[in-house]
Write a protein of this length. Structure first.
Length: 151
């Protein structure tokens, strides 16, 4: 209610919001995106279980299952090399179930030295066990465009 003169009745009301703690696994996944963004593959690899897998679900030169921290970082290093360091992965939405599964809508972009470029949405589904990632499943938004980009 508003009194004459435009002043509200009663004491001023303020609201504050507090964020609940992030569900299990979210901090681990966010740390991985930060490490990747800063090119810190050591910190990235430290967040992976020794038996971790990354399944790039597309029929292209990088497709298939990459195993262990060494295999996963080699896959990412090759991606970076092929794009001349322009590969970017920007998380747009992070959703978690509180039991270690974290889905990330991510915007992936990059350029190849020959001028090819891509700018596509993808989904990364992480399975986090404790403070390390056990699996990452990658679903590409435009399989044909991604295949042509990596060809």
């Amino acid at each position: 209610m508003v009194a004459a003169g435009g002043r509200p009745y009663g004491p001023a009301m303020t609201t504050t919001t507090t964020s609940p703690p992030a569900p299990a696994g979210v901090a681990v996944v966010q740390a991985m995106f930060e490490a990747f963004a800063h090119g810190d593959m050591g910190a990235f690899a430290d967040r992976l279980h020794p038996d971790a897998t990354w399944h790039h679900r597309n029929d292209d030169r990088l497709g298939g299952v990459h195993r262990g921290p060494g295999g996963i970082t080699a896959f990412l290093a090759e991606s970076g090399e092929l794009t001349g360091g322009t590969l970017r992965a920007i998380p747009e939405a992070v959703m978690a179930d509180g039991e270690g599964r974290v889905a990330v809508l991510v915007h992936i972009s990059g350029r190849r030295p020959d001028g090819r470029a891509f700018d596509v949405p993808q989904i990364l589904l992480f399975a986090v066990d404790g403070d390390r990632v056990r699996t990452i499943d990658q679903f590409v938004g435009d399989p044909a465009a991604v295949t042509a980009f990596w060809a």
